[in-house]
Write a protein that binds this ligand. Sequence first.
Ligand SMILES: *[C@@H]1O[C@H](CO)[C@@H](O)[C@H](O)[C@H]1NC(C)=O
Ligand SMILES: *[C@@H]1O[C@H](CO)[C@@H](O)[C@H](O)[C@H]1NC(C)=O
Ligand SMILES: *[C@@H]1O[C@H](CO)[C@@H](O)[C@H](O)[C@H]1NC(C)=O
Ligand SMILES: *[C@@H]1O[C@H](CO)[C@@H](O)[C@H](O)[C@H]1NC(C)=O
Ligand SMILES: *[C@@H]1O[C@H](CO)[C@@H](O)[C@H](O)[C@H]1NC(C)=O
Ligand SMILES: *[C@@H]1O[C@H](CO)[C@@H](O)[C@H](O)[C@H]1NC(C)=O
Length: 878
Amino acid sequence: MSSRIVVFTLLILHFFQCCSGSGLTNSGDTTLLLKVKKKFTRSPKSWKGSDPCRTWVGITCNNSRVVEISLVNLNVQGTLSASISFLSELEILDLTANPKLTGRLPPNIGELKKLTILNLMGCDFSGQIPESIGDLEQLTRLTLNLNKFRGTIPASIGRLSKLDWLDIADNQIEGEIPVSSGTSSYGLDMLLQAQHFHFGNNKLSGEIPEKLFSSKMTLIHVLFDGNKFTGKIPKSLSDVITLEVLDVSNNSLKASVVPSWISSLPSLSTLRMEGINLEGPIPVSFFTPPLLETVNLKGNLIDATLDFGTDYSNQLELVDLQYNDITDYKPPTHKRIQVILADNPVCLEEEGNKLSDYCKVIKHNASLPVTKTCPRCGEDKEPIRTSCLCVYPITGVLTFRSPSFSGYFNNTNFNMLQQRLEEFFKNPNYPVDSVAIKNITESIVDHHLLIYLLLSPLDKESFNQTEMNSVISGFSKQMFVPPERYGPYFFKADQYILFSGIMKTCHTIKSNLCIIIRAVLGAVIFLLLLTIVGIYALRLIKRASDQNNPFAKLDTSQSSIDVPQLMGAKAFTFEVLRKCADNFSETNDIGEGGYGQVYRGMLPSGQLIAIKRAKRGSLQGGLEFKTEIELLSRVHHKNVVRLLGFCFDRGEQMIVYEYIQNGCLRDSLSGKNGIRLDWTRRLKIALGSGKGLAYLHEHADPPIIHRDIKSNNILLDENLTAKVADFGLSKLVGDPGKTHVTTQVKGTLGYLDPEYYMTNQLTEKSDVYGFGVVMLELLTGKIPIGKGKHVVKEMKMKMDKSRNLYDLQEFLDTKIITNSENLKGFENYVDLALRCVEVEGVNRPSMGEVVKEIENIMQIAGINPNVDSIASSRMYEE
Ligand SMILES: *[C@@H]1O[C@H](CO)[C@@H](O)[C@H](O)[C@H]1NC(C)=O
Ligand SMILES: *[C@@H]1O[C@H](CO)[C@@H](O)[C@H](O)[C@H]1NC(C)=O
Ligand SMILES: *[C@@H]1O[C@H](CO)[C@@H](O)[C@H](O)[C@H]1NC(C)=O
Ligand SMILES: *[C@@H]1O[C@H](CO)[C@@H](O)[C@H](O)[C@H]1NC(C)=O
Ligand SMILES: *[C@@H]1O[C@H](CO)[C@@H](O)[C@H](O)[C@H]1NC(C)=O
Ligand SMILES: *[C@@H]1O[C@H](CO)[C@@H](O)[C@H](O)[C@H]1NC(C)=O
């Protein structure tokens, strides 16, 4: 009865904590955010509890009011609730790169009177852009690109007098560009602060209005490519003296002469007018803008002579006139410029002769900056460029819409970008270790420059959600400034594997309870609440007692089984583990253990776990299983993998262990996971695993024989500390007088003790044999049996004790040897290993002796056996 009261009290406390807590957040804002959350079918996992300012990822507050919502690339799903528009202090809304955020924008979005930044790039929004967007008077940046918006551009955008950046590219927006005349009193011509019009790849039509541009404007990028504009290019563009990049390629413009007013744009660096029916000759003055670098007039009807004259830009690098009607060419006189005149009459006449340079089509080659190659990491990890550590990087494509050196690829340019990125991310606001450029391509269709980036986390394996947010915000808020010639960009991140739902965390009973109680709040009077709480308390007690003794079910059939004597290990329900390992999905399957599959999972605390799930055929009896986990729960040693819990529920038997970062020794020896094992590290691994095994034999109570010692069952943690794993086949050594156990032979070929094989009598010395094989494997790096030859036999045959290194060099793994080390203690090590694999068990040393001897060898080698933390930066292949 008293335990009931305790639970009851706890519940009351819990209720006050999670339901009425007077947190940091204004209660109105909290209510609104909860409504916003409700419309998300998937929200960040920290979005729980009732104090968003304090604990929710991506929420920034000032004086308890929400001023920023920033959920960049967090795989948020669902729709955007209209409630968001009532967060009256909101200044920044950045939902960049959540490709399953769908539906329309709330029509009342204009209520957000203080909003300065609205970034929705790379989501799945559709429908018309709401007219009310024009009410966002403080807005400076509006990026809606890479969505599925339809309908027309609302004329009301013209009211956004502070707007600097307008990006609606890569949508399906149609109709004409609204200007303030005739039917409408607003139009984009009023955006005098705007520097960026990015409208590319939509279905905009009609003429580009003359009215749109004027000398009062401050545009630097006008990107209208890939639309359905008709008519002519408006001459008023020549008044926009700030213009740097102009792209009107790939529209249905009416045939017209090459505009000569181009020469009056003093800041122009990149001009793209591909495939828009330009005709007539190119005026000699055309190339005079002093900063002009790149001109692309491919696929037009330009004729007569191409003459650079004498006043052309000093900066000019590329002029692409492929597919035109040019008949004559006067090359530039005082600067080398890449000119492409292929598929013009002037080049056709050259046929048969040696082709002039300007008649060649230049294949733009994506040339990579030379980066060090690291071994592959496997799973979803990638090596850090500098250290080769395996981590979960942020990956994605940095797209430059209109680089001015396009077609002029070289490493100087890319190294400059890489350096700029590295510098930018050195800022302590960004937990980025390094930036790697994986590959570079130029899109043939629209000349976008696509740079595939990898951003590695600083000092850890993965980014958390807060960090993800801040890193990508560096791009989405355009804080990163690329080198000048790169022009406007956007970064489209790939989904981050750890937030993608593949590695879900478990839901706890606690949070469900909280939701239930909260739902009742306000509707029910206190007494009624007490009753309900009471009912829950009863249920909880029942549930808790069921959980504490999952073996209770056995009581009826097998009267002798009682609650297992567990030391710190926890009983998990099947449901909880299923969620931890995302339904035991293939992605989480990390290998096969002694009696079933092993899965990776993550506890709500964020702790990674390994779950060993017995196959149907390998289920033990309830009693055996209970005995096994009791045994395992008592094993506590630095060099033995720790048991965290178990599951004995719904006919399943699972064992939950700590997750060991660097996987098994076999993977490291094979080079599969990029870890480099030199002589020192190998000695430390031998010592660590030896100690683990000695503990099992000599200090565990009762003693444990492992029965399956092999390099797959020795795991390495982040410091390369060896841990003995997989007790699936373990057997206890029963009463003290008995020195062996008679069992059916189990084990792994190559490591199997020949004596045990012949006699079926299992002793600790069988493990010593397996350990000796592992010691030899540490020397060769190869599995013990290959091409029908066993390493023990081979070595014994080849060995010549009178010679240096016993003349065994040919067997040695080349990675053992580093220039600074000679293999001190090598001969003693080989002697010890061969004693371990003696045919008769009595001639083998005990594990305790083995450990002592390895310590001796380490002393000979000048290694302190007691220091085993290895600087992680030095751990990997260099
Ligand atoms: C918080 O709001 C106050 C006005 O309410 C303003 O003066 C202050 O600059 C704001 N602080 C930040 C960090 O934005
Ligand atoms: C022009 O645009 C159309 C559709 O917008 C696209 O399919 C085509 O590839 C584009 N061509 C060029 C050269 O940009
Ligand atoms: C382009 O790349 C290919 C293969 O990577 C290479 O063979 C070729 O020489 C390169 N061309 C130029 C112009 O760099
Ligand atoms: C790379 O291109 C830049 C201009 O884009 C030029 O100045 C530089 O000389 C080029 N470097 C090499 C190695 O070709
Ligand atoms: C660039 O790398 C990414 C990621 O590995 C890959 O998906 C893409 O296909 C690569 N592109 C090229 C052109 O190699
Ligand atoms: C993410 O990591 C940072 C440290 O880099 C820490 O301050 C922050 O609390 C973490 N956030 C979450 C949601 O775990």
